[in-house]
Design a protein around this ligand. Structure first.
Ligand code: GAP
Length: 468
């Protein structure tokens, strides 16, 4: 288990503008998180690196960006309406609700009552809403909140069925995968790819988790990076193994330590309804060893279901004139929030510099939200300030992700930069006035070297171009 405390990451994320509790000004909203300026950069960098590695650098991948709200039939065909459930229990005394498989059922952790739980029942995790200007939708049901809550307690399953009969009712997608499957034919018809090929999608997914917890680990709104890789049925095992190899390479690229990752094959009874083989890649999070991402062999489950429900053929017609068939699918599914948490856990380090403990994020250059900070050694000397601003502007035109920092003393600036994983600090001092040289300080070693500021810009640019 990781020796980093989750509280340290939560506190750093909030203090330094990575991630804030959602709607915090109004007391928050459980399971929702907001990304601040550095969080946005970190997430963007992660997603871009993912796209570079899994999509742009390959010639067998296509990307789509499907609508979040899809026809309800998508979720009926995929099995989510019937089976995307978690077991729910409710304390008869305080009416708090829990996920039955995640709590000790002998007593209620909130009110302390012993043996107080209702029988477990299925709770569907999809968020529903209504589409169009409806008078018979979910909106009206919520007006009578008390009645709804009573009914919900008594007959949740019945209510779910009642909702799904409602014409205007739709769901927020619980996975991005279905937006890929529903565009399978569109991609084939516009690009005629040879098999094997993959379709990738990045975007939001929503799950009404019974117990969102552990910072961003289990959120109600999160992002997925998913690929459906279409293969000949007889080749599935070979391609599954190929994906295991690619995923291992990806972990290296983003700097996750090998010994923090475990590959766990999931038993048949634990697998999702659509999967014939699943490997969960677990990571040593501060909360323990937990699922980081999954790789599943989804067979032809989804395309066949779409064919049955839509009455449209999902067959692939090989160009060599051989018989048409429904491809099978290998699905690597990455959760962005879990990768952010893994990257923070893996890169969070402390050491002692001049007797003082310092925290730094040992992020790979490409992931780091800021590549360098630039500032003057002293603020009160006009020539140094002028040169510093000139250096900053020139550098920014070459390396956009840099920040100006003139606040507090240089030691404090270095600590701030280290804490958010900034690889370099560039300082303009008295000597710079004579020879246009600057100091460039390296995050991990804290060592400093001197070079001409144009050389410093080239040096940082090279990191951009050379480092994966
Ligand atoms: N399309 C397959 C699928 O969605 P999943 O195992 O349910 O499979 C895939 O989800 C990944 O999405 C997980 O491995 C995890 O990284 C991420 N994920 C799932 N639920 C999540 C949640 N509530 N909060 C954050 N990430 C989540």
């Amino acid at each position: 288990m990781s020796d980093i405390k989750l509280d340290d990451l939560v506190s750093l994320a909030k203090r330094r503008g990575f991630i804030f509790p959602g709607s915090s000004v109004y007391g928050g909203l459980s399971g929702m998180w907001d990304y601040g300026p550095l969080g946005v950069k970190l997430k963007d960098n992660l997603v871009q690196m993912w796209k570079d590695f899994f999509v742009s650098s390959r010639d067998d991948m296509f990307m789509v960006d499907a609508a979040i709200i899809m026809n309800k039939k998508v979720w009926q065909a995929s099995g989510h309406v019937d089976t995307f459930n978690d077991p729910l229990v409710e304390c008869k005394k305080c009416h708090n609700r829990f996920r039955a498989d995640k709590v000790d059922l002998s007593y209620c952790a909130v009110c302390g009552e012993k043996n107080s739980f209702t029988d477990s029942r299925n709770f569907n995790l999809m968020f529903s809403t209504s589409i169009g200007p409806v008078g018979d939708g979910v909106g009206e049901v919520t007006v009578d909140r008390k009645l709804l809550e009573k009914k919900l307690r008594e007959t949740e399953d019945e209510l779910i069925n009642l909702k799904s009969d409602n014409e205007s009712q739709v769901y927020l997608r619980p996975e991005t995968a279905q937006g890929i499957f529903t565009n399978f034919k569109n991609v084939i018809d516009s690009f005629y790819p040879d098999i094997p090929f993959g379709i990738a999608q990045h975007g939001k997914a929503f799950r009404n988790e019974i117990s969102p917890r552990d910072f961003i680990f289990r959120s109600r709104e999160f992002e997925q990076l998913e690929i459906e890789y279409f293969v000949k049925p007889e080749n599935w095992q070979e391609k599954f193994d190929m994906w295991v190899g690619l995923i291992r390479q990806w972990f290296e690229i983003i700097g996750l330590k090998k010994d923090m990752i475990t590959e766990k094959e999931i038993d048949e009874k634990e697998r999702a309804h659509y999967s014939k083989k699943t490997i969960d890649f677990e990571f040593d999070f501060p909360i323990g060893k937990e699922e980081l991402m999954g790789l599943a062999y989804r067979t032809d489950f989804d395309l066949k279901n779409i064919e049955n429900h839509s009455k449209k053929s999902m067959e692939y017609k090989p160009k060599d004139g051989s018989s048409s068939y429904i491809p099978h699918v290998i699905e690597p599914s990455f959760g962005v929030e879990r990768f952010i948490l893994a990257v923070l856990s893996s890169s969070y380090k402390t050491d002692t510099i001049n007797g003082e403990t310092r925290v730094f994020l040992d992020l790979p250059f490409k992931l780091a939200p800021l590549k360098a900070i630039v500032g003057p050694l002293v603020k009160n000397k006009k020539e140094i300030m002028d040169l510093s601003l000139k250096v900053f502007k020139e550098l920014k035109s070459i390396v956009p992700d840099i920040m100006w920092d003139e606040n507090s003393n240089i030691g404090k600036r270095y600590r701030r930069a280290d804490e958010v994983g900034t690889p370099f600090c560039i300082t303009i001092d008295f000597q710079s006035l004579d020879d246009d040289s600057v100091t460039i300080r390296h995050r991990n070693t804290t060592e400093q070297s001197r070079m001409n500021y144009k050389e410093a810009a080239e040096y940082i640019k090279k990191q951009y171009l050379n480092v994966n």
